[in-house]
Design a binder for this molecule. Sequence first.
Ligand code: FES
Length: 140
Amino acid sequence: MSSQPPARRTVLRGAALAGAAGLGVAACGGDGDGEASATPTAPVDLGSPDEVPADGTKIYREDRVLVTQVGEGRYKAFSAVCTHRNCVLNGVRDGRVTCSCHGSEFDARTGKVLQGPAVAPLPPVPVRTDGGRLIVGPEA
Ligand code: FES
């Protein structure tokens, strides 16, 4: 009677899987804690403006912003934090920025909601070029 009954091991393995599933749900739901700002609070250097395609959009997930080139050398930037439940937006197609958490879509040029469940538009972020760099956020 020194070995553990198989039924107990099965229960523990089941609990471990349930824990992992719980983590997956938390990660999908974004931070949701309201501590992180949806827009930069200081200037952020995104690198070369050439990374934003002509008439296209690049999502800078780490910096939680997206930049759209609306004309040659002209840019618009928005928060890349979904206004539904704070997931970081993760897809661009046909001028639409998409959130894979629950399917919201936003206009890459205006930030307007094109498909819910989100109802609020993406907040705009100041954007400029300076010395061949793309800078978002408030002036220093
Ligand atoms: S967080 Fe729900 S659609 Fe983006």
